[in-house]
Design a protein around this ligand. Structure first.
Ligand SMILES: [Zn+2]
Length: 69
């Protein structure tokens, strides 16, 4: 059994490290796409904002999708 909270924190830490290494906006956009696809980030569709898994809701009120964290 995995522990969902720990997994979200581990994924968030990995995504943060990768995004911190992105040198250009192009790299950042590419990494964000990969992280979204891999479930290391989630996207609020109304505002197209990407969020870490440890963020439970977007500023606009949309909640993190079920099953991600
Ligand atoms: Zn939003």
């Amino acid at each position: 059994m995995s522990t969902p909270l720990l997994e979200a924190e581990t994924r968030t830490a990995a995504a943060a490290v990768l995004l911190a290494e992105a040198a250009t906006a192009h790299e950042r956009a590419a990494l964000t796409r990969v992280c979204l696809r891999a479930g290391f980030l989630w996207r609020c569709h109304p505002c197209k904002e990407s969020h870490y898994l440890t963020t439970e809701a977007c500023g606009c009120g949309v909640k993190r999708p079920e099953g991600l964290a």
